[in-house]
Design a protein around this ligand. Sequence first.
Ligand SMILES: Cc1cc2nc3c(=O)[nH]c(=O)nc-3n(C[C@H](O)[C@H](O)[C@H](O)COP(=O)(O)OP(=O)(O)OC[C@H]3O[C@@H](n4cnc5c(N)ncnc54)[C@H](O)[C@@H]3O)c2cc1C
Length: 169
Amino acid sequence: MTASLAARNIMTGPVQELASEEIKQGALAEIVSGEKGGALAITEPSGGSDVANMQTRAEREGDDYLLNGAKTFITGGMHASYFVVGARTGGSGLEGISLFFVDADAPGFSRESVGPKMGWWASDTATLHFDNCRVSADRMLGQEGQGFLAIMNNFNWERLGMSAQVFED
Ligand SMILES: Cc1cc2nc3c(=O)[nH]c(=O)nc-3n(C[C@H](O)[C@H](O)[C@H](O)COP(=O)(O)OP(=O)(O)OC[C@H]3O[C@@H](n4cnc5c(N)ncnc54)[C@H](O)[C@@H]3O)c2cc1C
């Protein structure tokens, strides 16, 4: 239960704040009702602490972006229908990062379980792969290049909540 709620909980903030009305009325309602799963995809195989150095890229192609890269340790990732994904639309550093709302059935998206873990067996933790994954440009959350700020704002309360949860357990 905690793993299932946590995955949704850490991804709905940016959706509520930054997504279009269409996403809020459709996908967000499905996530909040429990009908569909959602997950936040920031951490990459190359490392999670250094968010400003993320490697996943999103290149504009017409009305779409093509995402290439991988994310790992994604809580709820095997069953989620929707993902909030950080990707680099610009140059190096924190100003080059944007956020996207990605459907699990987007072309070029695939996932695999991280496999047996030492703990938190209830979480369907996943590695996500983006291979020319096509995402409509109107699925960008917030403004281009503002993704790092959105991620940090989200981390502020996410970390606080997790600290409280650890003490509660
Ligand atoms: C149970 C669980 C659930 C998770 N769920 C999600 C999720 O849903 N979505 C998601 O995106 N991510 C998720 N993560 C990933 C998590 O955000 C990362 O594990 C975390 O950011 C650390 O990244 P890393 O494991 O790659 O370690 P690294 O960043 O590689 O760090 C390795 C070690 O080096 C230390 N270190 C790193 N940088 C420095 C520095 N500059 N100076 C000194 N020491 C440093 C770290 O403290 C750590 O001890 C989850 C992780 C866990 C354990």
